[in-house]
Design a protein around this ligand. Structure first.
Ligand SMILES: C[S@@+](CC[C@H](N)C(=O)[O-])C[C@H]1O[C@@H](n2cnc3c(N)ncnc32)[C@H](O)[C@@H]1O
Length: 239
């Protein structure tokens, strides 16, 4: 049976995350223009040669990052619990990418990865400790786990401006298009504490990239708090 959260992401697949749309929703374009370039930079910094690498794009959505990275590496597995997202991801027919409908329980048992990406996913998962532990298990020695989440200071300023985020009964929500999704936000210190349970995971880089000029020009009508980074991007290497 589908969960309520899957239904919500299904609604957003075509509306926000389908890159074939003529003008993309800012909630997908910010990933592409601001977060993905930093994720590529981290991969390039960590690996001189990428040709033999296996990538897991966890919470891949419509496969926007998986598609970009597939040209550089040996293989990509994208996994996402939203059927609509996976259907769009499969539309491109990328020969070295496989898109799987599912969550942390559905990563093929035989597979381990050199790179695990989770772009704007962890903040939507309540039991993230368990998910992170299981992703770390699937990372090869020397591999890198990179995740992007909303930056807490950005969320606070959005709440103040009544823009996109709101709180109700002490819970945080994000409004994307006309869909409301619970957010379980954490600070970089929270994530550091969480990763400290995994002695073999060594912090690599923590980045808060600025808004790009291109994004700000394209979406000038948004009331983004553009002086604060929207993203917190953290990376860990398995020793
Ligand atoms: C903001 S979208 C980001 C999608 C994609 N990573 C990107 O860069 O466009 C969040 C994604 O997380 C997925 N998601 C939600 N809960 C999840 C879970 N428990 N495990 C894996 N993915 C999940 C959603 O279906 C959705 O596609």
């Amino acid at each position: 049976m589908k969960s309520m959260s899957e239904d919500k992401w299904n609604l957003l697949a075509k509306e926000i995350f389908d890159m074939n749309k003529s003008k993309l929703h800012p909630g997908a374009m910010d990933n592409k223009l601001i977060a993905y370039p930093e994720i590529h930079r981290l991969i390039n910094r960590h690996f001189k040669s990428k040709k033999g690498l296996q990538v897991l794009d966890f919470g891949c959505g419509t496969g926007n990052f998986a598609t970009e990275v597939s040209a550089k590496v040996k293989g990509v597995i994208g996994i996402d619990p939203s059927l609509e997202m996976i259907e769009i991801a499969n539309r491109e027919g990328i020969s070295n990418a496989e898109f799987i409908l599912g969550d942390i329980n559905n990563i093929p048992e035989s597979k381990t990865f050199d790179i695990i990406i989770a772009a704007m996913v962890f903040q939507f998962i309540q039991d993230i400790d368990n998910v992170i532990a299981r992703l770390c298990d699937r990372l090869n020695q020397g591999g890198i786990l990179i995740f992007a989440v909303h930056n807490n200071r950005y969320i606070e300023e959005c709440l103040r401006r009544k823009y996109k985020f709101y709180e109700s009964e002490n819970r945080l929500y994000i409004q994307l298009s006309n869909v409301t999704i619970p957010v379980f936000n954490k600070s970089s210190n929270d994530y550091v504490a969480l990763f400290s349970k995994h002695a073999n995971m060594v912090k690599y880089e923590v980045i808060e990239p600025p808004f790009s000029e291109t994004y700000l020009k394209l979406y000038a009508d948004e009331i983004e708090p553009a002086h604060i980074s929207k993203f917190l991007i953290m990376s860990y290497v398995k020793k």
